[in-house]
Write a protein that binds this ligand. Structure first.
Ligand code: AMP
Ligand code: GLY
Length: 424
């Protein structure tokens, strides 16, 4: 088979690595890819939002399966373009990717189908939102821009003044662009966060092993929200009992709700959950693998990813089970100092050779490129260093050891990825 992967981050590197393991696959392309992905795939300079060019390429090279890694093209309808041209593609159509593309849509869906989530109201008028905040809100409260905002469109406001400022940023100053035309105001929840990713074929859902992300830039969950500074898998807080509850009241009901709405979902649903005192509740849905969740979940997956994706597309996931290794993995993101605000790029990276021949250690590239034959930094998140271990403690020790194998002058990382493990 020939497989085309669309995207250029650490998630796509993990997907490419996983696809490359499949005995069914002889050739991988990645658009646009990055320096690390080029080890497994031929990278082609087509942007993820150039749908017709991507489809032309898939047609020209007789690609058998295209895998969309990123949210923007999915929400923009890349799958519909591929399908209309008779090309096989893994991911939700536009009318299903809205599960991630519009928080107002997903909140209304959960309300209609009684899927546990935080209480909320949707607003498309700043005055009405302010009136609600002044008259009815309990603080802290959460403001969310409706659309895609690189994971940054969520503001937690401690008092009315902060909330008024938040409404201004989202709805009036359009800090997150048109994502802020509509806004969700949501009850603040407390608890542990868990990410559960799943494969879905429109009707059947098969969940993967759990993970936990660390979204803030600084140790101790301080600083600004980022795309994710590190992950561990599995989450020791995600017990069998919690899983059974979520399968029954969250996962299958979400898939059924989408089908009932005439928006059957095929692809990955990523459930962002909060384990509250009142039970698990949905924080958000994503319509793709998490980044850096994929970097800890996929290295532990025993099942052939290509077979699962084909089963999803062909609607026969009910005849498959997923298998994961009985171990653990931790991923520590090496970022550019200053991320997520301002940082330098183009800095040479050294030490990749240290990963050669080391089983259970992975150096996933997130923001890198070749420059004059040398691999240099090309983004805020630069690399995801993943290591496996027999348990979470060993995996964490291994991952932090491996972070020392890589050098670049403005290397930055959190030192407390997986600290929660000690409290389990
Ligand atoms: P989201 O993009 O919706 O996952 O939100 C980003 C982050 O904001 C989440 O990972 C949570 O840490 C936090 N968050 C979102 N919604 C809530 C909520 N209702 N209560 C508390 N924290 C929240
Ligand atoms: N790591 C969170 C996300 O991919 O949205």
């Amino acid at each position: 088979m020939k497989v085309l992967i669309v995207g250029s981050g650490g998630r796509e590197h993990a997907i490419a690595w996983s696809v490359a393991k499949s005995p069914k696959v002889d050739k991988i392309y990645c658009a646009p890819g990055n320096a690390g992905i080029s080890e497994y795939a031929e990278c082609v300079p087509i942007g993820a939002m150039e749908f017709e060019k991507l489809a032309d390429f898939a047609e020209e090279k007789a690609v058998d399966l295209t895998v969309i890694g990123m949210d923007d093209p999915l929400v923009g309808g890349v799958v519909d373009v591929f399908e209309s041209r008779g090309l096989k593609v893994f991911g939700p159509r536009k009318n299903a990717a809205i599960l991630e593309g519009s928080k107002a849509f997903s909140k209304d869906l959960m309300k209609k189908y009684h899927i546990p989530t935080a209480a909320y109201e949707n607003f498309n008028d700043a005055e009405k939102a302010l009136e609600y905040l002044r008259e009815q809100a309990k603080f802290p409260i959460v403001l969310k821009a409706d659309g895609l905002a690189l994971g940054k469109g969520v503001l937690i406001c401690n008092d009315l003044r902060e909330a008024e400022e938040g409404v201004k940023e989202i709805m009036e100053d359009k800090k997150f662009g048109s994502a802020g035309n509509t806004m969700v105001i949501e009850e603040f929840m407390t608890g542990r966060e868990v990410s559960v990713l799943s494969f879905v074929d429109g009707r059947t859902i098969r969940t993967m092993t759990s993970a936990q992300d660390h979204k803030r830039a600084l140790d101790g969950d301080q600083g600004l929200n980022t795309g994710g500074m590190g992950t561990f898998s599995p989450s020791p807080f995600y017990t069998e009992e919690i899983d059974a509850f979520c399968q029954k009241y969250i996962y299958q009901p979400t898939v059924d709700a989408m089908a009932a709405e005439g928006r059957p979902f095929t692809g990955i649903i990523f459930f962002g959950l909060m384990l509250t005192a009142d039970g698990p509740k949905v924080l958000e849905y994503n319509a793709r693998f998490g980044d850096p969740e994929a970097q800890v979940v996929l290295p532990r997956m025993k099942t052939d990813i290509v077979e699962v994706m084909e089963a999803c597309i062909e609607g026969r996931l009910d005849r498959m089970e997923l298998e994961f290794e009985d171990n653990a993995a931790v991923c520590v993101v090496l970022a550019s100092e200053g991320y997520p605000v301002k940082y330098e790029k183009g800095i040479p990276i050294y030490g990749f050779e240290n990963f050669k021949g080391k089983d259970g250690y992975y150096c996933f590239h997130a923001g890198t490129k070749f420059q004059d034959g040398q691999i240099v930094t090309n983004g805020g998140r630069v690399l995801g260093i993943t290591a496996k271990g027999k348990d979470l403690k060993e995996a964490r020790k291994n991952a932090y050891e491996a972070t020392e194998w890589i050098q670049f002058s403005n290397k930055y990382m959190r030192h407390d990825i997986g600290k929660a493990i000690d409290e389990a």
